[in-house]
Design a protein. Structure first.
Length: 195
């Protein structure tokens, strides 16, 4: 059921235990880029894989014409806090979030900060195309402290925050709620060509 994609081997490992459950999955980015007549392939893939679940997609381009049974699509940006909070409330939170949106570093970080606290317990948050964290034209760079990779690396110490108490420091929401962070080599560039 998985399309030929470098991420699917990792998704299979993490998502297989949830396959028969009733999960709410949100995918940021419906596909087809700016072409409003293209997209929703991955949403249909998730619908087939998670047969008892609700699949939701958001996109900055209006792709709502691809709605179908168990697939809801909303027209909004991935950093629209009001729309994301409203959507999360409407669905009672999400078990899985897949960020395949703009891939701009600032958007990736802002979206994570908005959505992760709204997720259901034991949720999985996945981010695709993290190679843009190394592309200066996308807000990244190998030594850029504001890249998405630098941000997520900074959260890894929080996994063990109880082991290194810092006087006067209070653990963050992320410190207390993230239980695993995994980085994977993507194998090849899979989003737009570098500029």
């Amino acid at each position: 059921l998985f399309r030929s994609h470098w991420y699917t081997q990792h998704y299979q490992r993490y998502f297989e235990p949830l396959r028969q459950k009733r999960v709410n999955l949100l995918e940021i980015g419906v596909g087809g880029y700016e072409d409003s007549d293209r997209g929703a392939e991955s949403l249909r893939m998730w619908k087939a894989y998670f047969r008892n679940s609700r699949i939701v997609g958001i996109d900055i381009v209006d792709k709502t014409q691809f709605r179908e049974d168990r697939i809801d699509i909303r027209h909004c940006g991935q950093t629209d806090a009001e729309a994301l909070c409203q959507l999360s409330d409407e669905y009672g939170g999400f078990d899985i979030v897949i960020d395949d949106g703009s891939h701009l570093n600032e958007h990736v970080i802002e979206t994570f900060r908005l959505l992760f606290p709204l997720m259901r317990a034991n949720g999985i948050y996945a981010i695709e195309d993290t190679q843009t964290a190394y592309w200066p034209t996308w807000g990244g760079g190998i030594d850029n402290p504001h890249s998405s990779t630098a941000f997520f690396k900074s959260l890894t110490d929080g996994l063990n925050h109880v082991e290194y108490p810092r006087e006067g420091s209070t653990p963050t929401y992320f410190d207390k709620n993230i239980v695993e962070i995994a980085f994977f080599q993507i194998g090849r560039a899979s989003c737009r060509e570098r500029v």
